[in-house]
Design a protein around this ligand. Structure first.
Ligand SMILES: Nc1nc2c(ncn2[C@@H]2O[C@H](COP(=O)(O)OP(=O)(O)OP(=O)(O)O)[C@@H](O)[C@H]2O)c(=O)[nH]1
Length: 391
């Protein structure tokens, strides 16, 4: 009997053990703590730019692996297009910058004019101040002559009266009535063509880019032509300017014929129905003949497609008389229709506005007042003179 009970216990124990093993093997897994869902594994092809799978795609199970990856260039996220401010009112916005660089001339002149005795020595100092500010010899003489007569005849003595007199004389020299309109409107089916010329480093490429921005800000469709094929970086620079505001850029391989790039740019401008094509040139000043050949050819070739409406000569205000001489060579080679005076924020020699207009017989149409993308402004003579003499 005892032996029978022993067997029974053994059988029960084996059965219990078997039961426990079966339970452990097949026990329900519901009591595991819920796991945090891992981020879906995005295939490389689904990186930026690719739209998310639609519900239908997911239902059909076609959302991920069956779609071939798009070509590499589609993966690059296009840069956000900027909306630049319009060109009007820019000089007002940049007034303080202009005043900072220019009012030293005005303060000096007013201090001299306010002296108790206005003898020859003082008038010589006034003349010197104007010459130092790059006003030029002939305009300086004319101004001093007029000031001398008026102070004597009118007996002008108070600071306010002197300021008003100086303002009047400076304004007369700057030329408040010169036509400074920038011709950027298309003629019929043809876009306006603006050619940017000037010595390297004066800010030509920057001006082309800033002008494109300003025109886009005015609601125009603009195309940039990188005919400075001499320096690849200039085309890259222009491309960046264009991309920022959504303006197309036509460029050629490094060393390509600048005239052919200019031609292609204008042809594309016509095909795309843009308002304005801006062509940046290299304008290397090797020899006058070489320059004439290069710029003359660009202009002739463009004119097979459209007329050149503006030839803007870019001049660095900080280079003074040296820059003036270079400007003269350009003016002899090509019909300049307007001057862009850059870096006026970096010099007190604002008198160059007066001398350059007089020397070249062409109005200053735009001024550069800083390195910021919107620091190019239509030139306003009154605001300019106010910045010199102060309020
Ligand atoms: N402060 C200041 N800097 C300016 C102004 N305009 C241009 N610059 C700077 O001048 C430098 C030269 O400008 P670029 O546009 O490269 O000159 P560039 O004439 O095109 O030179 P190349 O392409 O070599 O012919 C850059 O550092 C510009 O930021 C301005 O109005 N004020």
């Amino acid at each position: 009997m005892e032996e029978y009970i022993g067997y029974l216990v053994l059988v029960v124990a084996i059965a219990a053990l078997a039961l426990v093993s079966v339970f452990l093997l097949f026990r329900p897994k519901t009591r595991r703590p819920p796991s945090v869902p891992a981020p879906p594994e995005t295939p490389a092809a689904e990186a930026p730019g690719r739209p998310a799978a639609t519900e239908e795609e997911e239902a059909a199970g076609t959302a991920t692996t069956t779609v071939p990856p798009p070509p590499a260039e589609e993966l690059v996220k296009p840069p956000a297009i900027e909306v630049p401010p319009p060109s009007a009112g820019r000089m007002v916005r940049l007034r303080s910058r202009l005043a900072r660089s220019q009012n030293v001339i005005g303060r000096g002149l007013l201090e001299l004019l306010s002296r108790d005795r206005l003898d020859d020595e003082v008038w010589d100092e006034i003349e010197e101040t104007l010459i130092t500010a790059d006003v030029g010899v002939a305009p300086t003489r004319a101004m001093v002559e007029n000031l001398r007569t008026k102070v004597k005849v009118l007996g002008t003595r108070t600071e306010e009266e002197l300021r008003a007199l100086l303002r009047e004389e400076l304004l007369a020299q700057v030329g408040p009535d010169l036509d400074r309109t920038l011709r950027t409107e298309p003629t019929g089916e043809r876009p306006a063509v603006v050619l940017i010329v000037g010595v390297n480093g004066t800010g030509k490429t920057t001006t082309a880019g800033k002008l494109a921005r300003a025109l886009v800000g005015d609601g125009k469709k603009v195309l940039l032509g990188a005919a400075d094929t001499f320096r690849a970086a200039a085309a890259d620079q222009l491309q960046t300017w264009g991309e920022r505001v959504g303006a197309a850029v036509v460029r050629g391989p490094e060393g390509a014929d600048p005239a052919s790039v200019a031609f292609d740019a204008v042809a594309k401008g016509i095909a795309d129905k843009v308002d304005t094509v801006i062509v940046d040139t290299a304008g290397r000043l090797h020899t006058k003949v070489g320059l004439m050949d290069e710029l003359g050819k660009i202009k002739r070739v463009i004119e097979k497609k459209a007329q050149v409406d503006e030839v803007l000569l870019v001049l660095d205000a900080t280079t003074g008389q040296n820059g003036m001489r270079q400007a003269q060579v350009f003016a002899e080679v090509v019909d300049v229709t307007g001057i862009v005076l850059t870096k006026l924020d970096g010099t007190a020699k604002g008198g160059i506005v007066i001398s350059v207009q007089r020397e070249l017989g062409v109005p200053v149409k735009l001024v550069g007042l800083g390195e910021g993308p919107d620091d190019l402004a239509p030139f306003d003579p009154k605001l300019f003179v106010d910045a010199i003499v102060g309020d």
